[in-house]
Design a protein around this ligand. Sequence first.
Ligand SMILES: Nc1ncnc2c1ncn2[C@@H]1O[C@H](COP(=O)(O)OP(=O)(O)OP(=O)(O)O)[C@@H](O)[C@H]1O
Ligand SMILES: [Mg+2]
Length: 251
Amino acid sequence: MEKSLVEVDGLNAFYGNFQALKDISVDIPETEVTAIMGPSGCGKSTFIKCLNRMLETIENARIEGEVRIDGKNIYDPDVDVLEIRKKIGMVFQKPNPLPMSIRENVLYGPKIHGFTKDMEETLEGSLKAVGLWNEVKDRLDISAFQLSGGQQQRLCIARALAVEPRAILMDEPTSSLDPTSSKRIESLIRDLRDIYGLTVTVVTHNVHQAKRISDYTIFLYVGELLEHGVANKIFKKPKRKRTQKYIEGKL
Ligand SMILES: Nc1ncnc2c1ncn2[C@@H]1O[C@H](COP(=O)(O)OP(=O)(O)OP(=O)(O)O)[C@@H](O)[C@H]1O
Ligand SMILES: [Mg+2]
């Protein structure tokens, strides 16, 4: 097994009295792509929100258990939440650029975190990493909303990269995009791992996508972790009947 970046240990998550995650323990290997699969409502979004303390932004939500990054529980009282969210960035289903220019979107994070690095370098590097630089370098000051959906999603990934995270969490990042834009995001996810050494965790309920992009796969089912491990193995010969059915699209 690879070295893990995140260790989840006995994680329970609740919305009021409803338990959305049940006793999840799993490791997320460092510098690998992990896909989180499972039917709608099984807790995929809830799970990734627990990994960078986003869950507590939802009223009524509560967690038990530990999530350790580099061995330190991110729910310890002395932990700086902003620092965690900087280390573990997030990209959502629908592209959500800030109502600002392309430049300001990318540099927003580095500015609030007081980065002292050359901002123009950060801007160019982040946009190049997502393959957007050549498309936008002559119009960095136009509103981000003038970009296409696929470009906006890549901009959101650039914004996450600009604060130099260790990992990026993505919640169905291609489900609102056309097939061509989706393919671009998929190959970008592989590049983030291969070229930039990032740990990427992607929620998807597209089994084919999970197969194409993931090194490790986690299968959730009604709040429980049914199966996890090396993606090849899971897709070839899952241990559980339910996983098999899900992979075959019969669930
Ligand atoms: N804010 C909330 N308040 C109450 N219940 C919630 C809330 N958010 C999610 N839930 C419930 O928690 C469970 C898990 O939801 P979650 O959004 O994590 O599922 P998911 O696997 O991401 O589903 P989908 O594939 O549809 O996005 C569901 O039963 C859902 O109804
Ligand atoms: Mg979801």
